[in-house]
Design a binder for this molecule. Structure first.
Ligand code: TRP
Length: 339
């Protein structure tokens, strides 16, 4: 039986943290068992907002690759590649831009929000407005049926679907040239950073996947807890504690969790006791991940091979799709286009 095709991407903006692990990667690793998965490190998308700071984009791609491999994304099972290595992404982005209405792009809530929130960056560019068009191209190039993303990408996914419908309407003559992708909404558990705010590289509050056990503990040790619990003898409220939020994601020992909940509320245990238990769960979860990372880090040639093979495989599928798109749009497909 033909496996269902999945596509997803992550921007190349540096090391990945526990939020990425719980909100996306754990699910991606599961999906690769029974789906035909394409996972792309989207460096063009990273440049769309970080063009003024572009020097490290290549290094960030390698960071993401190592993080992906260390958590168990397997290049034998999934097609893993860098977006810019497959030029058809740019080609389909151009093709879709013929029919992408400016009104839809200006109305995109993510666009409006980012323009307002990231005042320190000039995001009034042609490319940034077209962010969802490139995202649609990513997905459609592989005719992906399912796209695992978090809630924050819902508006982008809706735009992708509207763009395909419009594309098929103009160029399909009643036929479906490209399929409408479905959103596979991934539940994104709350993983706050060490200061209690949303975990984010730009806040400097992240617990990274590649964090050494020592450094993980040093960060957890000083992590903010229920602010009302100032002294060891004060009773706490787990529902007001960001450390507890992380327990709920990574501590699978429900008996222990019940004990911590009670111990906190009665001041039976202190915050350091609670953090030590969380640290132990994270450390054992991370052990195989760090072992895998060390193995891959030893051999940069393997990493280059993985990227080269991924790009080759992705490009084969991409070329097939483009060879359908050219004639549909009334263009002459290159006679020597190798599919
Ligand atoms: N916009 C996505 C994000 O910020 C990344 C992305 C780019 C993506 N292209 C995609 C996700 C295609 C799914 C499918 O998380």
């Amino acid at each position: 039986m033909k496996k269902c095709r999945v596509f997803s991407g992550m921007r190349a903006t540096g090391l990945l943290h526990l939020g990425h692990l719980a909100g996306a990667l754990t699910n991606w690793v599961k999906l690769q068992e029974d789906h035909d998965c394409y996972y792309s490190i989207v460096d063009w998308h990273a440049l769309m907002s970080n063009y003024a700071d572009s020097a490290e984009t290549g290094k960030f791609c390698k960071d993401v690759l190592l993080d992906w491999l260390s958590v168990g994304l397997d290049p034998e099972k999934s097609c893993i590649f860098i977006q810019s290595h497959v030029p058809q992404h740019a080609e389909l982005f151009l093709a879709l831009s013929m029919i992408a209405p400016l009104g839809w792009l200006y109305r995109n809530p993510t666009y409006k929000e980012q323009i307002e929130n990231l005042q320190n960056k000039d995001l009034s560019t042609f490319a940034f407005l077209g962010y969802p068009v490139l995202m649609a191209a990513d997905i459609l190039l592989y005719r992906a049926e399912k796209v695992p993303v978090g809630e924050d990408q819902s508006a982008h996914m809706e735009l992708s679907r509207e763009i395909v419908r419009r594309f098929n309407h103009f160029f399909g003559g009643g036929k479906e040239i490209l399929p409408e992708p479905q959103t596979l909404l991934t539940p994104t558990p709350k993983v706050p950073g060490t200061d209690g705010r949303k975990m984010s590289k730009s806040y400097g509050n992240s617990l990274y996947i590649s964090e050494s056990p020592e450094s993980m503990w040093n960060k957890l040790r000083v992590m903010i807890t229920d602010p009302a619990r100032e002294k060891r003898t004060d009773k706490g409220d787990p529902d007001k504690c960001p450390v507890w939020d992380i327990h709920k994601v990574f501590n699978k020992d429900m008996g222990q969790r019940a004990e911590i909940d009670k111990g906190c509320r009665t001041a039976g245990i202190g915050c350091v006791d609670c953090k030590k238990m969380l640290n132990a769960h994270i450390a054992s979860m991370m052990e195989p991940i760090h072992e895998r990372r060390a193995r891959y880090e030893k051999d940069p040639n393997t990493l280059d091979d993985i990227l080269a093979n991924g790009a080759k495989r992705a490009e084969r599928t991409a070329t097939e799709t483009m060879s359908d798109i050219y004639p549909a749009m009334g263009l002459i497909s290159r006679a020597d286009r190798v599919v």
